[in-house]
Structure formats: structure tokens, C-alpha cells
Design a protein around this ligand. Structure first.
Ligand SMILES: Cc1cc2nc3c(=O)[nH]c(=O)nc-3n(C[C@H](O)[C@H](O)[C@H](O)COP(=O)(O)OP(=O)(O)OC[C@H]3O[C@@H](n4cnc5c(N)ncnc54)[C@H](O)[C@@H]3O)c2cc1C
Length: 392
């Protein structure tokens, strides 16, 4: 008689930032489980050019898992945040010291974080990392899922109690599960790049709402700043084709001189700004995490931080489970996540809609809101806690 195939507790499709972190947290919490990760890239996830801001709570988690030491030398702390509306009076400031922390967050190259997570997964004995493996399809039985993937031109199968889709914005798991997405196109393009500055930002991060759209500057080492500038598609087209000097001039004109003189730009890239939300994140013996379930506007720098909390909730909801894919485990996950999704997605969407509009009543209201936030300690504290990724 043929032996029954082994049923793995968890198979994660996608070894990007969120998938790799989820694998690590689960593998360390459940040393008796084997966690399988399918990742199409051979040497870990793709080298992502973007620079991301990590909330203080994310940094704390990385520290707890011994992952921060290597990243610390390459990161830059956000000690102050300055949010303002160009040509309006309103502004608000947050200071790490006032909130009893050394930094409100850290700025790091996504590629470096990817590599550290990938290496940690390679060293974790109970993670089986399938390099060059692409998830293809899945079928559900009562007690398990069949997972079909392609690796080096061959088709393979795995059985699992729980399939986790962490395969990004164009998630194949999501589409195989028949989960629809709702999309909001903000008719804006995010231009990102590394700005060279005459002077260091000294730990200040800026979010400035301008006529052309919001501009965020995040402090980096060596007199550099990470730029995220959201503009309309026509302006994006123009900026994409202009030379470096003209780009820097236009950016300086739009932002003003609050952060000093801009002297150059490198690694320019463009992203259409859209909100993609899976209509739900659960299916029988399957769930979606990270960008597979939500892709946010980068304006509030919350996308990955939200994915980190997905990974933590996944670990916690499976903590006492002997069947990772049971209805109780999967629905327990969603109970831990639903409220956070509503808050962060509402906050980000509200920021995009409220602050990309130049109609007089809206600019007046947001100036009052920013001014009020600066004056009202408790409200500002709550905003700061959310920014740092702690529960409000
Ligand atoms: C311009 C910009 C700036 C941003 N800034 C910030 C910020 O400051 N702070 C923040 O928190 N977030 C930020 N974000 C969001 C953040 O980058 C994302 O939330 C994060 O990268 C999502 O990670 P993920 O692992 O879910 O998805 P991804 O990084 O897309 O990873 C998906 C993985 O799945 C793999 N994959 C794809 N297809 C398959 C398949 N068929 N089978 C198996 N694997 C597959 C891919 O190879 C990849 O490794 C920003 C985003 C943008 C666009």
C-alpha cells in the first residue's frame, strides 16, 4: 500500500518581506512544524530598490528576533516628524523624546531587510525554502489543501493544513481562491528616489502637502533623503523625462526650503498609486497576508508595517493549534486583524483624499486639523502611537 503524503502544517506562497517574516515568526513559535516557503527568485526575493520607513514597533520586533543588529548600521532613525501644508499655517510635529523613545521609526533599504530576513530563514532548521518555486494552483479537501507549484521546469505538489498567500499585489493565490479585489485609482503616481542634500536632515522626516501633491522626505545617512512625491499622471510623465537638474529644481520649488537645498537625485522610479483590497482575506484552509491582501498608498508609510502585524497575528492565532488550517485558527486570525485594517486603511485613504485636494474648504479644514493636532497633547499622542505602529 502507498504511504499517505505528509501534510505540512503551513505552506507560504511568497518569500518577500511579509512572507519571509511570517515564516520566521511561525517557525520559531512552532519548532515542531515544518514551514514551507515558495519563492520564484533563486537568491532570495527580488532586489527591491525602495527605501521604507519602519515603525518603532516593527523595529522592536526585529530586535527581539536578533535581526536588527545587522540592519542598525545601515538605517537612519526618525527622531522628529514635521507634517505641514505648504502656504497654509497649519503644521504638526512629533518628537521621539516626548514619547519616551529614541526614534519614532527607522529608514532602511527594503533590499537590505529582504536579505536579512532571507538569511535568517536559511538558518532556521524548520523552514523549507523552495528557491525558484512559483505557486500555480490549489484545490481544497476537508482536512488539507493540495498546492501545485512549478520549480525549474517541473511541477510539484505539496499537501498542507493551511496555505498562506504572501505573494504580493498580483497574488496568484488570491486569484486561485477566486477572491476578488476592489481597487481605487487615486489618479496619482508616486515618484520615489534618493535625494542628495546640502545638509543632513538630522533625524527629521517631513510630510508636506503641496499644490502638486504630497511630498515625503525620510532621513538617510550621508546627507541623503528618501523622496516619495505623489503627482498627477501628466506631471509624472513630464518629471520622468526631464533631466536631473530640472527634476531637482522642480522638487525644490514644490517642497520649499524647509529641509535646505537639494543637490541631486538618484534611483528615480515611478509607481501608480492605487488602493487594492481583497474583498476578504480568508478561504477554506487559506488566508492572505501583506500586499496580497492590501496594497496601500505609500503616503503614510504603513503598507509593510501593516503586513508585519499580519505576520504577528498569524503566529498568535496558530499558537495553541494542532490544526493550522482549522476554521477556529483561520477565523481567529481575522478577529485579530479586522479592526487594525479598518483604522489604517481609513487613515491612509483619508490622508490621500483630504490632502491631495486644493479646494479652499478642504485646505482650511486640514490646516485647522494640523494646527489642532499640534496643540492637543492627547490627540497628538494617539497619532504618534499609531505612527509608531503601537495600538492606539
Ligand atoms: C514607493 C513605495 C514606498 C513604500 N514605503 C513604505 C514605507 O515607508 N513603509 C511601509 O511600511 N511600507 C511601505 N511601502 C509598502 C511596502 O513596500 C509593501 O507593503 C511591502 O513590500 C509588501 O510586502 P509583501 O511581502 O506583502 O509583498 P512583496 O514585497 O510584493 O513580495 C511578494 C513576494 O511574492 C513572490 N511571488 C510572486 N508571485 C509568486 C508566486 N506565483 N508564487 C510564489 N511567490 C510569488 C515575489 O517574488 C515576492 O518575493 C511602500 C511601497 C511603495 C510602492
Amino acid at each position: 500500500m502507498d504511504a499517505q503524503p505528509v501534510i505540512a502544517p503551513v505552506v507560504i506562497s511568497g518569500g518577500g518581506l511579509v512572507g519571509a517574516l511570517a515564516a520566521l515568526l511561525l517557525a520559531r513559535a512552532q519548532p515542531q512544524w515544518q514551514i514551507h516557503v515558495l519563492e520564484p527568485n533563486e537568491q532570495g526575493p527580488a532586489q527591491d530598490q525602495r527605501v521604507i520607513a519602519l515603525a518603532a514597533a516593527t523595529v522592536e520586533l526585529l530586535q527581539q528576533h536578533g535581526l536588527w543588529a545587522e540592519l542598525a548600521q545601515q538605517s537612519c532613525g526618525i527622531e522628529h516628524i514635521h507634517v505641514s501644508d505648504r502656504q497654509q499655517l497649519g503644521m504638526t510635529r512629533l518628537h521621539a523624546q516626548q514619547h519616551g523613545v529614541a526614534a519614532l521609526g527607522q529608514v532602511i533599504a527594503a533590499a537590505q531587510l529582504n536579505q536579512v530576513l532571507y538569511q535568517a530563514c536559511q538558518q532556521q532548521a524548520n523552514i523549507v525554502w523552495h528557491s525558484g518555486a512559483r505557486f500555480i494552483s490549489t484545490g481544497a479537501e476537508r482536512d488539507y489543501r493540495e498546492v501545485v507549484f512549478e520549480q525549474h521546469g517541473e511541477t510539484h505538489q505539496l499537501r498542507t493544513q493551511l496555505l498562506v498567500g504572501a505573494d504580493g499585489q498580483r497574488s496568484e493565490v488570491r486569484s486561485q481562491l477566486g477572491i476578488q479585489i476592489t481597487s481605487t485609482d487615486y489618479q496619482q503616481v508616486g515618484i520615489v528616489g534618493i535625494l542628495h542634500l546640502q545638509n543632513s536632515l538630522n533625524g527629521w522626516a517631513y510630510e508636506r502637502f503641496t499644490d502638486s501633491g504630497p511630498i515625503a522626505l525620510l532621513p538617510m545617512t550621508n546627507n541623503r533623503a528618501s523622496l516619495v512625491w505623489s503627482v498627477n499622471p501628466a506631471m509624472a510623465e513630464q518629471l520622468q523625462h526631464c533631466d536631473e537638474a530640472s527634476f531637482v529644481r522642480q522638487c525644490q520649488q514644490a517642497f520649499g526650503y524647509r529641509a535646505g537645498l537639494f543637490s541631486g537625485i538618484e534611483q528615480r522610479a515611478h509607481y501608480p498609486l492605487q488602493l487594492h483590497l481583497a474583498e476578504h482575506s480568508l478561504a477554506h484552509r487559506a488566508l492572505l497576508i501583506g500586499n496580497a491582501s492590501h496594497t496601500l498608498h505609500p503616503i503614510a508609510g504603513q503598507g509593510f508595517n501593516l503586513g508585519v502585524r499580519d505576520a504577528i497575528a498569524l503566529r498568535d492565532s496558530l499558537a495553541c493549534s494542532d490544526d493550522a488550517g482549522s476554521y477556529r485558527s483561520v477565523s481567529g486570525y481575522w478577529q485579530l486583524r479586522a479592526a487594525d485594517y479598518r483604522t489604517i486603511i481609513g487613515l491612509t485613504d483619508g490622508l490621500v483624499r483630504g490632502f491631495s485636494n486644493q479646494l479652499w474648504p478642504l485646505t482650511a479644514v486640514r490646516s485647522i486639523a494640523l494646527f489642532g493636532l499640534d496643540q492637543l497633547g492627547p490627540v497628538r499622542n494617539q497619532f504618534a502611537r499609531q505612527t509608531m505602529g503601537f495600538k492606539a
